[in-house]
Design a protein around this ligand. Structure first.
Ligand code: N01
Length: 538
């Protein structure tokens, strides 16, 4: 850290304070400092850049989104020169990429690492934010950008006896820096979401014995990982602009050819051929979005996909009793999962499925786990129990806005925010991929939102405005729009982190815009074109 905030007379210490140094925070810093020429600094409680990719170091961790859309678009030279080894690159490679971006653009000197922002207070008199850190420092900033991550605040259920377990107990998203030796160890993985299934696929070959503790089974499609397809590679290298436009014009920005065909428009045999092809090609988003256009909105269409995946599970897993327990019964309407070798792992003698519905987890003991029916001796317990998504990290920061309103109170019954970028009552405070953002892949939409926020900050500075604040009516209207659209989908009636159902006690509600990226972009660009309609500029 070479440059640091210095007191500048009556001016704030910083033009822009950026919280978080993952995909969104790094780009925000680059944009504000290198492109807009503002005095901007970043803060992150990690010891390095990477955000989620800094903390998630568990075995098997990799993207479930294709690298072609899981990288920045702003640095064209890096698009040409950075070689992703695989379609779904592993965590060390994503972290190396983010370090390379940070080094190339000289970002690290402006980031305060191992520094957590604990409190943000709006100072009415000076129209500035006052920031306090865990190191006892305080500073002021005209604008704050929270790039704190959608899936970063860990969900750690209260397992009785957790403090008594004598082995290693870790949450996958707070993985220790020193590697854990798994060779011949007895390991339990609790949770079978994206994290759990990646862990199972990676640990099954090396564990002495692996116990997979499953509460709700999920639909897992093969990833078929391998090099980025040549066609995409060619397209990106010869005409990145048109590739980027194709991706950003899609509904979900996952780099998938999104199907518009209704599932019931084909007869069963033809429909199953479509599923079969998608199964062979691999990819969770390709399966959910590329096969038929109505899997997430029509129960009838959805059942055709779930029947197909269940038939694959029954075919793959040798023990039919285990296979049945692995078959989900709810809708295929969570974030879709993909992994290679997940169901196959259950054919290994060293892998046991523990069905927590049949045999509930009672407690952790000094030597392992006790369920209603058995005691399991263990060396390692891994919690793959997910995240307090969307709101968790914002609410960890004591945030006091206009008239002393606390974000913690405002969001007590669920978040209230406008288009994922701002929340009323908290002027000059922006969020990247905050609540009510579009349901999309993140890195390119992070960039998009940062560019939009930069446009508003540039506008405010050019006009000599001290305050920009979204109006409550606009926020209410946007939330209503999000709710109306979400209610038309099966995501609304399927328990997952997408609607807050995964965290006990959390308000269950829509926190995302399911109307598609192109439509989102059309609306938010209109806000800007109209002179930042919906914002109070003072
Ligand atoms: O978390 P999850 P995740 N007792 O919430 C179980 C992204 N991601 O970390 O379904 C027992 O999906 C819970 O059971 P149930 C990606 O967007 C990306 O796996 O609530 N079990 C579930 O099985 C993903 O969607 C990548 O019944 C308990 C699991 O824990 C998102 O993060 C990798 C329990 C949690 O699944 C979240 O995925 C990883 C309890 N008390 C994650 N509480 C990559 O792209 C919870 N569970 C690399």
């Amino acid at each position: 850290m070479q440059q640091s905030a210095s007191h500048r007379g009556n001016s704030p210490d910083l033009d822009v304070a950026i919280i978080g140094a993952g995909f969104a925070g790094l780009y925000a810093l680059h944009k504000m400092r290198n492109e807009l020429g503002l005095l901007a600094e970043g803060f992150d409680d990690a010891a390095g850049v990477g955000g989620t990719w800094y903390w998630n170091r568990y075995p098997g961790c990799r993207t479930d989104t294709q690298a072609s859309v899981y990288s920045y678009s702003f640095d064209r030279e890096m698009i040409d020169t950075w070689q992703w080894s695989e379609r779904y690159p592993p965590q060390p490679e994503v972290l190396a990429y983010l370090n390379a971006v940070a080094d190339k653009h000289d970002l690290k000197r402006s980031i305060h690492f191992e520094t957590r922002i604990e409190k943000l207070t709006w100072d009415e008199a000076s129209s500035l934010w006052r920031l306090s850190t865990n190191r006892g420092e305080s500073l002021s900033a005209r604008f704050v950008i929270e790039a704190v991550g959608l899936l970063s605040s860990t969900n750690i259920p209260d397992f009785p006896g957790a403090d008594r377990f004598g082995g290693a107990l870790v949450h996958a998203a707070r993985w220790p820096q020193d590697p854990i030796d798994f060779e011949n160890k007895r390991i339990a993985v609790i949770g079978t979401g994206s994290t759990g299934i990646q862990l199972v696929s990676a640990l099954a070959p090396k564990a002495g014995h692996l116990f997979v503790c499953q509460r709700t089974p999920q639909y897992v499609v093969p990833a078929r990982n391998g090099p980025i397809p040549e066609k995409i590679r060619q397209w990106m290298s010869t005409s990145y602009d048109s590739f980027h436009k194709w991706v950003m014009d899609s509904a979900t920005v996952f780099g998938v050819d999104e199907s518009q065909t209704p599932a019931m428009s084909l007869v069963e045999d033809d429909r199953n051929l479509v599923y079969e092809r998608a199964w062979d090609e691999g990819g969770g988003f390709a399966f959910m979005l590329g096969t038929f256009g109505d899997l997430t909105v029509s129960a009838e269409a959805n059942k055709t996909a779930t029947d197909f995946i269940r038939s694959k599970i029954m075919e793959t897993v040798d023990d039919s009793q285990v296979a049945r327990k692995l078959c989900p019964t709810d809708y295929y309407a969570k974030r879709p999962l993909c992994a290679d070798g997940y169901y196959e792992a259950f054919n290994q003698p060293n892998v046991t499925l523990v069905d927590l519905n049949e045999d509930p987890l009672i407690e952790m003991t000094p030597t392992g786990l006790r369920t209603a029916n058995c005691e399991i001796a263990l060396d390692v317990i891994i919690l793959a129990t997910g995240f307090d998504a969307f709101t968790g990290n914002y609410l960890k920061i004591e945030t006091v806005g206009r008239n002393g309103e606390r974000l913690q109170d405002k969001w007590a019954d669920g978040p209230r925010a406008f288009m994922g970028v701002a929340t009323a009552g908290f002027p000059n405070l922006f969020t990247v991929f905050g609540p009510f953002s579009p349901f999309t892949s993140q890195p390119l939409v992070d960039e998009y939102q940062v560019d939009w926020i930069a446009g508003l900050i540039r506008h405010a500075m050019a006009q000599g405005l001290n305050e920009v604040e979204v109006e409550r009516a606009a926020e209410d209207g946007w939330i209503e729009t999000c709710e109306t659209i979400a209610e038309q989908t099966l995501f609304a009636v399927t328990n997952s982190w997408i609607n807050g159902a995964n965290v006990p006690g959390k308000a269950r509600r829509t926190m995302i815009y399911m109307g598609g990226m192109a439509s989102y972009a059309g609306i938010i660009e209109e806000v800007a074109r109209g002179g930042y309609l919906s914002f109070r500029l003072a």
